[in-house]
Design a protein around this ligand. Structure first.
Ligand SMILES: [Zn+2]
Length: 212
């Protein structure tokens, strides 16, 4: 049995920061499919060519990349999936993995409204060097100069990205909800307030498990 937390949230929900905090608190290893595939593309020319052509990497390859990663983990190491599965077809991969590795899973969805997401994204500054997200201009901790991203200025584009994401992730959230494995977290308020809610909910979940 392996402990798994899956983290979901639209752009602007603070998912990246919250994921870091969960990972730290529970010493979980995070698995982000995008990063895994980027790593893979460095050593696998076939994957690199697929990515270069702008096509989606086939599900079998995604599954294999995740399996290799899980196989490299310690026996009791928990996993934090960031934004996976993000589509109906990735959900099928997830089910196979959950079966094979005997996942004990909980999905956490950080909920904010589309309007709030739009507000946060269109006012955010990003560090081009490390990806840190801030609400105003200035210097990043890493020394990079915080800047507005070109595609964060395009409101219609942001809304479209958000709606596509919501549409794609819906089957996944429905799946976890039906299994009683979904925790919804109110994503409004400060980063720290949201962290407190998330960690509180996860703590309660593990406490409940320990009783069984
Ligand atoms: Zn930085």
């Amino acid at each position: 049995m392996r402990d798994v937390i899956l983290l979901f949230g639209i752009q602007g929900s603070g998912k990246g920061t919250q994921g870091e905090r969960i990972k730290e608190k529970y010493s979980f290893t995070d698995i982000t499919v995008g990063n895994l595939l980027r790593e893979k593309a460095k050593v696998d020319t076939r994957i690199r060519d697929i990515q270069k052509s702008g096509k989606l990497v086939p599900d079998e390859d995604v599954q294999k990349a995740i399996e290799e990663k899980i196989d490299s983990l310690g026996e009791n190491e928990g996993i934090l999936f960031d934004g996976f599965p993000r589509s109906a077809s990735q959900l099928e991969i997830y089910k196979k993995l959950a079966d094979k590795y005997d996942f004990q899973a909980k999905a956490v969805s950080i909920d904010i409204s589309e309007e709030e997401a739009l507000k946060r994204i269109s006012t955010r500054f990003v560090c081009p060097k490390c990806g840190f997200i801030a609400i105003g201009p200035g210097k990043c901790k890493c020394g990079g100069e915080l800047e507005r991203r070109e595609d964060d200025r395009d409101e219609a584009g942001i809304m479209q990205r958000i709606r596509i994401f919501i549409n794609d992730t819906q089957p996944t959230l429905d799946y976890f909800e039906a299994r009683g494995e979904l925790i919804r977290i109110d994503g409004m308020g400060s980063m720290d307030e949201v962290t407190e809610r998330i960690l509180g909910a996860i703590k309660a979940y593990y406490k409940e498990l320990a009783k069984v």
